[in-house]
Write a protein that binds this ligand. Sequence first.
Ligand SMILES: Nc1nc2c(c(=O)[nH]1)N[C@H]1C(S)=C(S)[C@@H](COP(=O)(O)O)O[C@H]1N2
Ligand SMILES: [Mo]
Length: 488
Amino acid sequence: MVFDDFPFWLRFAHFINIIFITLLIRSGIEILSALPKLYFNDHAKPGSEWIKFTKKKLPKDRLWISLDEEESFSSWIALPGHRNLGLGRHWHFFSIIFWIANGAAYYILLFTSDEWQRLIPTSWNIFPQAFHTAMMYASFHFPPPGDPYNPIQQLSYLGVVFLLGPFMIATGAAMSPAIDARFPWYPKMFRGRQVARSLHFLGMIAFVLFIVVHLTMVTIERFPENMGNIALGQGRGTSLGVAIGLFSLFVIAVIIVHVWATGSSLHKPRRIQNILDVVILPAKWVLFRKAVSKQQFHKSEISPFFRVNGYPPDTKEYRDLLANNFATWKLKVYGVVENPLDLSLADMHAMRKQTQITEHYCIQGWTAVGEWTGVPMRYIIELCKPLLPLARYVIFRSYQYTDGDEFYEVLDLEIVKHPQTILAIEMNGEPLDIGHGAPLRLRVETQLGYKMVKWIRAIEFVSDYKNIGMGQGGHREDHMYYSPRAGI
Ligand SMILES: Nc1nc2c(c(=O)[nH]1)N[C@H]1C(S)=C(S)[C@@H](COP(=O)(O)O)O[C@H]1N2
Ligand SMILES: [Mo]
């Protein structure tokens, strides 16, 4: 069949795709910089990576933390660059929402029109034809123009649109703690989150290679016609001058978006965080708040090594508690509750406890499986009786001060009630050690690690968190631009 001109929606979707795929690649590289090491096993033991993008050596003679492993990548490749995982993730999730929406609209229009026939071969002959075309390229000859594409072109577009795109969404979703906690079989399909992360990286490389080859081919092979097709819908009769002009418009548009996204993220990170969160936060609320963790790993799956993130508190208050083995420690539960509580470690031990073996997902990218024993937060809620509807958020406050401020994190009350949200007092059958949060730390198995406050001092129920800290919903949100909702 002879194909008509490219419809407007197809050209528009192609343009939107260029904007978001490039934002996704650069922000993805930023995310990689937070743990520039890739693993094929979920213990993610330092040294067992199959590839790394860092020369940093970890000290052997003192405690180091996962934040020490972060690299600073240049803004020329990473969005925004210079160690800003928080904003990199904001750009990634903002972009993925629009990229998927654009892709979905494109799929629908493709199949409700005849346009799918451009991409989907209707005969097995495509394979011998593709071989023939490959031979021509290999001998430095251009094959005759296809209708509309030559077989190699058609197969690569088919692969990118229907395989690589969905593959990136599937491997990306497999890195979400909320999805994996709710459906533990899902990450297992990829043999674990670290394999999904490695595959996601390799898929990104495939995308980059495709883009490079695609750009090269459309510029060296019938450039004016290609530009006419993809910009104006109609390629015949386009002159070289017009083609160069159209190509420059594309390039300029992409550059403007990237320069603006990078510059504004570096100079006004808070503003950009808040703007992007207008879209991201409600999406996370809708998608993840009902996801309840159903993890139960086997004892044999417990990781031999479990990274520490965050240096233990070095205040006199904490040292004194440590000196008497937390005998004088009391957990304060207060705020908009009917029954404020003061619980000692002995009180906590006397309560009904629960043990869970779960996988920890740090925002930096590493994972580790551990066994946690402690008191479910829903029992604490039964005791302290939050005042409804006033109580909407729960603040977990730590003894630790870092970057000059108290470490605290805010969680939606709904997530705090989840069955695997517990105040852990033991790890792998032993009392919590200092690095992992003694005497008490939060486990909230549908969230990323930074929500799981260690060295807990107090728990406060509030109706709003805008006047707490810098008002972003946690210490990491305030200082590192992480998102207050951490299901992905
Ligand atoms: N008080 C406090 N709690 C904290 C942190 C911190 O820096 N300070 N780091 C968080 C992060 S980012 C992670 S991944 C987990 C790590 O827990 P672990 O050190 O037991 O592995 O603790 C979380 N809780
Ligand atoms: Mo983390």
